[in-house]
Design a binder for this molecule. Structure first.
Ligand SMILES: NC(=O)c1ccc[n+]([C@@H]2O[C@H](COP(=O)([O-])OP(=O)(O)OC[C@H]3O[C@@H](n4cnc5c(N)ncnc54)[C@H](OP(=O)(O)O)[C@@H]3O)[C@@H](O)[C@H]2O)c1
Length: 240
């Protein structure tokens, strides 16, 4: 089976990488799927929308693999990691992209449930994926972990305090993780820039239309992601 063959790194040709992306059903994640596959890489992805995950599996085919997984659910991430590592081996490039943003509001007006949901996906979801995929990567002593941060992980604005809090957390989490990895690996926080996606529309409204689309962004971002190496471990990076 193609998936069994993928278990050995030798089965990947030359520059081909196993790329794992969380949050592939829309936005940056969805656009990265197409661009990484176009460049010949093997894609593993997840999201919560079963309909779109089915469409991705049908459209992309083997050896790519897409599963319905809520990254905030630690048990679900654990089960997914066990299956993926068994079928495809360890990821070469692990992109913690899935996230959500609060509806624009002053912090004291954000309901507790909404604040919790942002924390659960943006911080705990990233930790869940790291908890279940990174041990195998550490054992193999190879792989790059990119945690999607934001301009709002390095600066702040009114009405997005919960989101800012999570992205500042991602900066610290990533840099501490970098200090724990063996040589040859890297963990970095990445500010992707400002891109016209559903998330940006949620925060910016129609003004989001003046920014690049995700399809335009990947032409610069995917080559940038593929160049990240051990030399970058712990460095806060930005696309563009
Ligand atoms: N767009 C920008 O300008 C911008 C700027 C700075 C940083 N970022 C960061 O870039 C990343 C991608 O943003 P985007 O603009 O593409 O956002 P988006 O359009 O809202 O897409 C988010 C993706 O994450 C998935 N997702 C959300 N919750 C999930 C969960 N619990 N489990 C699994 N998947 C989940 C969504 O799929 P489902 O709903 O199907 O699960 C969707 O595929 C995020 O980390 C974001 O913070 C974006």
């Amino acid at each position: 089976m193609a998936s069994d063959v993928l278990k050995t790194s030798n089965a990947l040709s030359g520059q081909q990488r196993r790329v794992l992306i969380t949050g592939v059903t829309r936005g940056l994640g969805r656009a990265m799927v197409d661009e990484f596959i176009r460049l010949g890489h093997v894609l593993i992805g997840c999201g919560r929308s079963a309909k779109i995950i089915d469409e991705l599996n049908a459209g992309c085919g083997s050896p790519h693999r897409f599963d319905v997984v809520d990254v905030a659910d630690d048990a679900a991430v654990r089960a997914w990691a066990l299956e993926v590592i068994e079928s495809h081996g360890t990821p070469d490039l692990l992109l913690n992209n899935a996230a959500r943003i609060n509806r624009n509001a002053a912090l004291w007006r954000v309901p507790a449930a909404e604040f919790d949901a942002v924390i659960d996906v943006n911080i705990k979801g990233v930790a869940n994926v790291i908890r279940h995929f990174v041990p195998a990567m550490v054992k193999a002593q190879r792989g790059i972990i990119v945690n999607f941060s934001s301009g709002w992980g390095r600066a702040t604005d009114a009405e997005v305090a919960p989101y800012c809090a999570t992205k500042w957390a991602i900066e610290g989490l990533s840099r501490a993780l970098a200090q724990e990895l063996p040589g040859g690996m890297a963990a970095v926080p990445l500010n992707p820039g400002i891109i016209d996606t559903e998330m940006l529309r949620g925060a910016f409204g129609d003004a989001a239309g003046s920014y690049p689309t995700a399809q335009q962004w990947v032409k610069q971002a995917v080559p940038f992601l593929l160049r990240i190496g051990a030399k970058d471990n712990g460095r806060p990076l930005a696309v563009g």
